[in-house]
Design a protein around this ligand. Structure first.
Ligand code: GLC
Length: 440
């Protein structure tokens, strides 16, 4: 089977968030399982890997013909193609987003029209329009319903020359995600629980009615983890590597981390690595922090996002220099050290389609404290591998941290490290979905 993935990002070429990790991990696992796999991405200027020229493709946009240059690369059995629809396009998610991603979809569809392949697997709104244009069966995966790819009908018409019909219009605007949800042979999202949640007004972001209408073709498949990359037994960023049989060595990672950050080594230490957005719930953490610190706890946070939150955590770090450390940076090395060196890992998300941090933390023997939502609820087993809490509130966060402190954390760590989060299992589930899409 020959599968084409289309998305805005893929490790190691471009990454903004968890989507990039998925497009790094799933195709590799599929190639290992014997599929032919190609990943189509926009050609961003920020991609500095060596790419080979791979011809051109003509596509129409705004009433004109364009020739997009195509570039190629290969990694661990996976082919990559990069579509240069705009040479000035620097990074994923730059404005004006909808226009550039529409061009990406149009160029990709023109390219696919001349090629044999079996199935197109498109991810999130960026690649959604390609689902409508593809002539072969499609699978569409929702990674985050908060971004749906909306634009004015007049703009859409001037770009594509097409009159947007009811299958694309939503609340008066063109909604690319809705279009893909309706057109795809199968729709998936990245955890079984989120697949149920998005049918409700609380999580559906306005598309719950559309999604309820397609529930027969909607499934949840958990994301995997790149367990080669995320492995405490081989992680080059850790001062001392360890595994489940040598958990005592984790203490050295902990000591090094706390010393580097000048935190009190005698205190229970909670770590977090996150984008600081409403989704992730860190405004609630900021409110919960005084109470959490009072009970004799350190808090470490690595991540960037909303300026208000960055300011708030920087202020807490100034006020409690021995208890709070905040790194407002996308710092891969520090992130690894936090996963390896903390006593617990916090993920208080308001919604979380899958989430990666909780799986990494469990693999590193660092029990997560997470909100019982989406993929967090599907991967963390309350009282066994970590602690789950229901309510999105500062009180619930503080109480959950207290609860974790009272549990046998070595037992939790061992149980978490024994879980299998590898992509291979997930690749098999996707294959089943592909077979359904091809069959029906
Ligand atoms: C989005 C979701 C996150 C998920 C990731 C990859 O970033 O917010 O929960 O893990 O996509 O699917």
């Amino acid at each position: 089977m020959f599968v084409i993935h289309a998305a805005a990002e893929a490790v190691p070429f471009a990454k903004v968030g968890g989507l990039g990790d998925v497009l790094g991990g799933l195709p590799k696992a599929q190639a290992r399982a014997g599929l032919r796999v190609l990943v189509a991405l926009p050609r961003y200027r920020s991609i500095d890997a060596a790419l080979e020229p791979a011809g051109e493709v003509e596509y129409r946009f705004g009433g004109r013909s364009y020739a997009a240059r195509v570039w190629s690369a290969a990694r661990q059995g996976v082919e990559f193609r990069f579509f240069e629809v705009d040479p000035a396009w620097n990074e994923p998610y730059e404005a004006p987003e909808a226009e550039r991603y529409l061009r990406f979809s149009l160029a990709l569809a023109a390219w696919l029209a001349e090629r044999p392949y079996d199935l197109l697997h498109a991810h999130d709104w960026h690649a959604a329009f390609a689902v409508r244009l593809a002539r072969r069966p499609t699978v569409f995966t929702i990674h985050n319903l908060a971004f749906q790819g909306e634009l004015e009908p007049a703009a859409f018409k001037s770009y594509t020359g097409l009159e947007p019909g009811p299958e694309l219009l939503h609340a008066g605007r063109v909604n690319l995600m809705k279009g893909a949800v309706l057109a795809a042979a199968r729709v998936s999202t990245v955890s079984p629980r989120y697949a149920r949640e998005i049918l409700t007004p609380e999580y559906g972001m306005g598309l719950e009615g559309v999604l309820r209408g397609v529930r027969d073709k909607l499934v949840g498949i958990l994301n995997g983890l790149d367990t080669e990359y995320w492995n405490p037994a081989t992680d080059p960023y850790l001062p001392q590597r360890y595994d489940a049989d040598h958990l005592e060595k984790k203490r050295l990672s902990r000591a090094a981390l706390l010393a580097a950050l000048r935190l009190d080594p005698g205190l229970f230490t909670i770590g977090a690595v996150s984008r600081l957005t409403w989704q992730k719930g860190f405004d609630l953490v900021l409110e919960a922090l005084p109470e959490v610190l009072n009970s004799g706890t350190n808090f470490i946070l690595v991540g960037t996002g909303e300026p208000e939150l960055e300011k708030g955590f920087a202020e807490m770090a100034r006020r409690y220099p021995r208890r709070v450390a905040f790194r407002p940076a996308f710092d891969e090395a520090r992130a690894h050290k936090v996963y390896g060196g903390s006593d617990a890992f916090l993920m208080p998300s308001r919604f979380e389609p899958c989430g990666l941090g909780q799986m990494i933390a469990m693999r590193y023997g660092t029990p997560p404290v997470a909100r019982a939502t989406g993929g967090l609820a599907d991967t963390v087993e309350d009282g066994v591998t970590g602690v789950l809490f229901e309510e999105a509130s500062p009180e619930a966060i503080a109480a959950a941290v207290e609860r974790l402190r009272g549990l046998d954390r070595v037992a939790l760590a061992r149980a978490g490290m024994a879980r299998d989060f590898s992509w291979d299992k997930r690749a098999a589930e996707y294959l089943e979905l592909y077979e359904e899409a091809l069959g029906g």
